[in-house]
Ligand binder design. Structure first.
Ligand SMILES: [Ca+2]
Ligand SMILES: [Ca+2]
Length: 483
């Protein structure tokens, strides 16, 4: 956090004149730890209960986190403008200098977690498997025992790099009663997660954190808690930097961004009850110290009244001039030489190709994630999200060694405005046109369901077993995975 040195940049974040939003705050704080930070063991680093009242807390150095719980699950609701299901408020002002990004995870049960993959997750400025171990040192600054660290990129700080502001204190058990302390963690603790890299420096020559477009806590400017939510794809983003005048609404999050980090594949979640926010930066910003996300409030979306609709699908997504089959939101493209790759998206909507707002983007080499995500979003509608998996022709993955643009299974699909989800052995088709002919086949091509949608926009079709099914609506056909 930069309060001490950038006082002039601070903007008011909340005028608590309205209280209607109070019912949209989390019900409980489950977990909280602030490692290796100037905030560790005191001040905003030790008072998580304040988070529920809209008062600021700090998460500390890389890996520090807070976990909250909602008693009533937050649905991934088609009534939510822009697809935003909850918003996290911090103390950013929409500039790189104040950007202190936090990764956001969600869970239904507090046990199995999914990352809401932010704009930069699939690009090369993210180390997706970063790991750092902090060790308690005998050295003290202002009476605070310091942290030393070693990470899996080969960086070692044998002494605390920050000699100002109480240094980087090692967390003490007495200040973090909610944290599930394991044996040995009073001397050494390890944190894993995606690390957001940055090459930027502030005007004073200190390293700045990443300044991602969307999908991270404590980046956008905030406005008043309880205001309507804003569009995460257009806020604070004009030609790559700065505020575009669209307003201040904190950082909005769409449950539809959920991915399984192991596979890099999207995961369909109908609702979540737990949210975890974790620091994504590990830099030494000179006298400013580390880059610690600040959180002032988490607010679920107000209940909407009508579906906002779904963004019109792009008319084409092309890679190296080859149009992909958009009947599937997970697309495969085989890049023969593995070199330069150019992406074109034909759409009237706001388009992101991974972390860049554009409709054409050329990569000199395929991103190390092997994934290019295309997000298109217009008006207040929900986004269309496509995951394109790039593989070389030598891959042994049978799904990707065939010809370019062969669609393979995905858990979530959209064809035009029709969406297919699958939950509890039920395939759910949404936005069906009137009178559409709907058929479901198993993978052997055996028909197992046939109906006419008549006036129903939504059909819930039970299937006997979990697995892959062929869904056909009119003459459009795609694959759905039943969970
Ligand atoms: Ca949503
Ligand atoms: Ca901050």
């Amino acid at each position: 956090m930069m309060i001490k040195y950038f006082v002039l940049f601070i903007v008011p974040i909340a005028a608590f004149s309205q209280t209607a939003y109070l019912t949209r705050l989390p019900n409980e704080i489950i977990d909280f730890i602030v490692p290796a930070s100037q905030y560790t063991n005191h001040g905003t680093g030790t008072t998580p209960e304040k988070q529920l009242s809209g008062t600021m807390i700090s998460l500390g150095n890389f890996g520090g986190y807070i976990t909250v719980k909602y008693n009533d699950p937050i649905p991934n609701d088609p009534k939510n403008p822009y697809g935003v299901d909850f918003t996290i408020y911090g103390n950013g002002n929409g500039t790189q200098g104040m950007s202190e990004p936090g990764n956001v995870y969600v869970s239904k049960d507090g046990d199995k977690w999914y990352l809401l993959a932010g704009s930069d997750y699939f690009d090369n400025n993210t180390v997706r498997d970063y790991e750092v171990t902090y060790t308690r040192s005998d050295a003290t600054i202002n009476g605070f025992q310091q942290s030393i660290y070693e990470d899996n990129l080969g960086s070692v700080f044998p002494i605390s790099p920050n000699t100002y502001n109480n240094g980087y204190a090692y967390p003490l058990k007495e200040y973090y009663p909610l944290y599930k302390w394991e044996d040995g963690e009073e001397d050494k603790m390890t944190f894993k997660g995606p690390l957001l890299l940055s090459k930027a420096f502030d005007p004073y020559g200190s390293a700045s954190a990443g300044f991602p477009a969307w999908g991270y806590a404590d980046v956008h400017s905030n406005g008043d808690i309880g205001d309507e939510f804003g569009n995460p794809y257009t806020l604070n983003y004009a030609d790559g930097a700065g505020v575009d005048g669209a307003g201040s609404y904190g950082n909005g999050f769409d449950i539809s961004w959920a991915i399984d980090q192991e596979s890099g594949k999207p995961v369909v979640l109908d609702e979540i009850s737990y949210i975890k926010i974790q620091g994504a930066s590990h830099i030494y910003g000179g006298r400013i110290g580390e880059k610690s996300p600040e959180i002032t409030a988490i607010l679920r979306a107000a209940e909407g009244t009508a579906d906002v609709g779904v963004t019109t699908a792009p008319s084409a997504i092309k890679i190296n001039g080859v149009a992909l089959d958009l009947n599937n939101t997970n697309l495969y493209y085989t890049n023969e030489n593995g070199g330069e790759i150019s992406v074109e998206v034909e759409s009237e909507a706001t388009v992101f190709i991974n972390n860049t707002r554009c409709t054409e983007r050329t990569y000199e080499t395929v991103p190390s994630s092997g994934v290019i995500r295309v997000v298109a979003q217009e008006e207040t509608k929900q986004p269309q999200i496509y995951y394109i998996y790039i593989s070389s022709s030598s891959s042994d993955d049978p799904s990707s060694s065939s010809v370019a643009n062969t669609p393979v299974k995905s858990p979530q699909h959209a064809v035009g405005n029709i969406r297919a989800n699958a939950i509890n052995k039920t395939i759910i088709l949404e936005n069906l046109p009137q009178g559409a002919n709907v058929q479901i086949y198993n993978l052997k091509g055996k028909p197992i369901y046939s109906a006419n949608s008549e006036n129903s926009k939504i059909l819930r079709i039970p299937v006997q077993a979990k697995g892959l099914y062929i869904v056909k609506v009119g003459n459009q056909k795609w694959l759905a995975t039943s969970h």
